[in-house]
Design a protein. Structure first.
Length: 299
């Protein structure tokens, strides 16, 4: 498993071990660190996969927090594009049979004409938001470089859990109001990290191929989210808010950055149906959107 030291990765390791698997974690932190954008990353990954007798590579390595400057943006691009290419090529060269990429619901984009919910047949049209664009690039790299591999792509909704900490959690735990940008009140969906872990384990240990949404069976209205969070809804013009978001993205800690480019994801729906995953595997979500949100609010 590449990128197993993070919020989702730790949960996946526990789930795989619970199911009797023995995950090998490759990360740039921890014991025997390996940076997948290093010049020798592909060779080192290949050697590690061969020695371990790796049968499945689960690729989670990604940078979620927005970049504060051009250098950070380029580092994120290299991680998502060049790093993913190194991982796929190493897996193929090492004789690995299966590859699972963790993508994101953001690849569908947030648009006023999105159906509710989106299934895997929906067009991929991410907004001009770096993380969403990079996730689409990752999917393209895997499709191009993963010929001969059995490939599954997981697209989770917004992932919540007790230890989640990013701009999508802090708006509910720190902001005095819930902003309705330009008066929009889109439905919101949160998938519990435990459900994401079990879905990824299911895909890693199974043989289902193609893209799979990972989401709870429900979603919440904007007003339901406000009620659960105990926040008053306040209409805010996105044009007035955008400069402050971009300024904050330059100076705030990473988990508090919320660049203006993500505004469409706060204005328009991008909730998912996980019916395909449930029909093609034995996976079932155990938590609702409200369950996941409450866990963040209880921190």
């Amino acid at each position: 498993m590449v990128g197993g030291a993070g919020f989702i990765g730790r949960a996946v390791v526990q789930e795989l071990e619970r199911q009797g698997a023995r995950p090998l974690v490759v990360d740039r932190v921890g014991v025997a660190p390996l940076d997948i954008i290093a010049a020798d990353a592909e060779a080192r990954l290949q050697a590690r996969f061969r020695v371990a007798g790796t049968q499945v590579v689960l690729h989670l390595a990604a940078r979620v927090d927005p970049s504060a400057n051009a250098a950070e943006r380029e580092a994120a691009r290299r991680l998502h594009e060049d790093g993913t290419r190194a991982v796929v090529r190493a897996a193929r060269a090492a004789g690995v049979g299966r590859f699972v990429l963790v993508s994101s619901a953001t690849v569908y984009g947030a648009h006023a004409d999105n159906p509710v919910p989106l299934d895997e047949s929906a067009p991929l049209r991410p907004n001009a938001f770096a993380y969403a664009e990079d996730k689409l690039v990752q999917e393209a790299v895997v499709a191009r470089e993963g010929q001969g591999l059995s490939v599954a792509v997981a697209r989770p909704a917004i992932v919540y859990g007790a230890s989640a900490r990013n701009y999508l959690t802090e708006v509910f735990t720190r902001a005095p109001v819930l902003p309705a940008l330009d008066g929009a009140r889109p439905p919101l969906q949160f998938v519990h990290v435990g459900d994401v872990a079990s879905a990824l384990a299911t895909l890693a240990l199974g043989d289902a191929e193609g893209p799979f949404n990972v989401a709870p069976a429900d979603w919440l209205s904007f007003d339901e989210v406000a009620r659960l969070a105990g926040r008053r809804v306040l209409a805010v013009p996105s044009r007035a808010l955008a400069p402050f978001l971009d300024l904050g993205a330059r100076f705030l800690p990473a988990h508090l950055r919320a660049p203006a480019a993500m505004v469409p994801y706060l204005k328009h729906p991008f909730v998912l149906s996980a019916r395909r995953l449930m029909e093609q595997t034995r996976w079932q979500p155990r938590f609702s959107s409200a369950d996941a949100l409450r866990e963040v609010l209880r921190r």
